[in-house]
Design a binder for this molecule. Structure first.
Ligand SMILES: Cc1ncc(COP(=O)(O)O)c(C=O)c1O
Length: 353
């Protein structure tokens, strides 16, 4: 690959500081070893196949995904165990998962008796076993059955001929909390719900070998919890500014490089990165290594930056680097992520859609 400086890239462009990424990868891997807790990173954070492989090489037991096509792509790369931490409810995609089960361990979340029934029938028709975990709503109010329903769903799944492996519960509403006694308490209550549900299944002679939960905000609290078997951490690898106040353990590294394309009246300038390059969904980006500027508005292809200190303001043609506020949604806007070390492009990663 010819040597390219990041400043020479066509903007807007997604960059990742590789030193920060290596640090984050190694930090989670070391935590997992030291605390004897398994991690199964969520693919949606980066959607990059070689990074999933690096996570597995660093000790992850497999990968978590939300989409069937991501499961297929990862198995194609040799990942041996995939959790689909999402409800897949239609026959064509369940058939694809059944096909995939011949090449790798595939585990899918369930929360609905009708779907369980259908899945059992489709699996029997294909003469293929299917692993499921019962998804329990821990208060997020998204997918997942109530803890009280989990036993009957597990029994229904067994009755339908599915392989019940255990439980999943994602407490997404408890991720971005400061590390206080209260946040540790509420996270422990959620974890306890899963562990007690596990015990209920076991009392009813349903063996449980997977209890999967957690994220980048809660990984530390959950690691010490007997009965939880694995953590579905996602954001730790690339990180994002909205996580920083809550999880100082990982380094920020994900940015979008943009060019200043217009500047008027000295009070604002315009860059060529708008909502098609930077998600503003959960907050606006701050600007790396440059004071006196504040991103105020995102149009489709333009970002409006207020100049608070005219003495330091860049000029038209200069480049500005924006810290990514919300990684999952920003990565999804790009086809490639450029891995940067010491200002030079070292790797180019294709982003799966
Ligand atoms: C089901 C599920 N598991 C795990 C995660 C990972 O969480 P985080 O990115 O906070 O580590 C998410 C994030 O949205 C999720 O939806």
């Amino acid at each position: 690959m010819p040597i390219r400086k990041k400043q020479e890239l066509d903007t807007p462009v997604l960059l990742m500081d590789l030193d920060a990424m290596d640090y984050n990868l190694a930090t989670m891997a070391q935590f997992s070893r030291e605390h004897k807790v398994r991690v199964r990173p969520h693919f949606k954070n980066h959607c990059i196949l070689p990074l999933a492989t690096r996570q597995v090489d660093a000790g992850a037991i497999g990968i978590t995904v939300a989409r069937v096509r991501h499961a297929e792509a990862l198995v194609g790369q040799g990942v041996q165990s995939i959790l689909i931490a999402n409800e897949i409810v239609d026959e064509p995609r369940i058939k694809r998962l059944l096909d995939l089960s011949h090449q790798a361990e595939i585990i899918v979340a369930v929360d609905n008796p009708q779907v369980i029934d259908d899945m059992g029938r489709w699996a029997r028709n294909e003469k293929s076993p299917l692993n499921v975990v019962v998804d329990v709503d821990l208060g997020l109010g998204r997918c997942g059955a109530s803890a009280q329903e989990a036993l009957s769903l597990a029994q229904a799944a067994l009755g339908a001929g599915l392989r019940v492996r255990g439980l999943m519960g994602y407490e997404g509403h408890l991720q971005k909390l400061l590390d206080t006694e209260e946040s540790r308490r509420v996270r422990s209550v959620a974890a306890k719900t899963l562990v007690e549900t596990r015990q209920l299944l076991e009392k009813n002679r349903i063996p449980v070998d997977i209890v999967t939960t957690g994220g980048t905000g809660s990984y530390k609290t959950l690691a010490g919890f007997a009965g939880i078997t694995e953590l579905q951490v996602g954001s730790y690898l690339l990180m994002e500014t909205i996580y920083v106040p809550f999880v100082p353990d990982f380094r920020l590294g994900l940015t979008v490089l943009a060019t200043v394309i217009s500047k008027k009246d000295g009070d604002h300038l315009v860059v060529d990165a708008g909502v098609k390059a930077l998600s503003g969904e959960r907050g606006l980006s701050s600007i790396k290594d440059m004071g006196g500027l504040r991103l105020s508005t995102l149009h489709a292809e333009h970002g409006i930056v207020q100049i608070t200190d005219p003495n330091t303001a860049p000029k038209v043609g200069d480049k500005l680097e924006f810290w990514v506020a919300y990684a999952d949604a920003t990565v999804h806007l790009h086809r490639e992520m450029y891995g940067i070390r010491d200002g030079i492009v070292e790797e180019v990663f294709k982003i799966e859609y």
